[in-house]
Design a protein around this ligand. Sequence first.
Ligand SMILES: [Zn+2]
Length: 353
Amino acid sequence: MMMTRKYNLFTLATSLVFLCFSSCSRGTVPGRIDRLKAERDMAMSGGASAEGSRNKPVELGKKSKKSKSKSKHAKTARDKASSDRNTVAKLPQPVKADPYYVDTAFANQTYDKLSRDYADTIMAKPAQNIKDVNYTEAFVGTTNFNLRKPQYVIIHHTSQNSLKQTVRTFTMERTQVSAHYVISRDGKVQHMLNDYLRAWQAGKGKWNNIEDMNSCSIGIELDNNGIEPFTDKQIDALISVLQALKERFGIPQSNFIGHGDYAPVRKNDPNVHFPWAKLAARGFGYWYGDTTGVQVPKEFNEYLALRIIGYDVSDVSKAIIAFRRHFCGVESTAKVLSPEERKVLYKLYTKYL
Ligand SMILES: [Zn+2]
């Protein structure tokens, strides 16, 4: 017991030194970020060898005048090809900029700086500055608290062509979008943000009465072009991540939903191929089960049922489209549910009561 206490004191002291150090060194970070930005810009515009032609974009595949004039005097096609090859070999080769270049160093510097800023916010004592409130004399901190936990998981498809492209999107400040996890088609997981922090993934929408989903959810992006099926490896990796999140944060089964469920007016992800039934069988989201022999009461109100499940019904036709995509595996703009879809909705809503 004594040893543990000593160890804890030592750890605390080391942490304070570290915090002080990181806090003191913060002033130099913006300078480093500017330098890293400049390096990134150079890499994206074609590398250091483009020094002399920085304001002149490299034109790939353009023939030089020299090679043209030489080819005029070539007697045979073979001579011409050989001449062109030799000429091209002597010319400086343009450096092809990587369209999906990810500046990892710049991204991580920025991540570290922002994390330290938010750590300051967490460590600050309450400001006690609410207007017209009479505060007690001295601040007394409670001894009993911990971090808030995410209570929802929002699943997305990226509508992009590769994991790298999405990672690039999430490391460029101008895009203003992010997610906690990105999962590639071959099942690789890129974890991009501490689960306790707020990613910019769900945006404007409503589920139950939650309108700031970013504040209470984890966002998971699946690398997918928006219309294709998801790979088995990708879904297996997703299930592993969901299992860990569910156990770690105690996320209820009903709270694993799609971006299209939360924002039916703006979004349609994950697409209609997403295997929601498979996930529900593992405890992530609800499923309606078997509709054989189900008799839907005449007075059954679809509008209220969608609302009870969680959908925003202010534009009910959009809620119907999102429900159909998720639970019936059909992408359709039909504004009215078919009799079979009505059965699915009726069966499902009883699980949410
Ligand atoms: Zn999305």
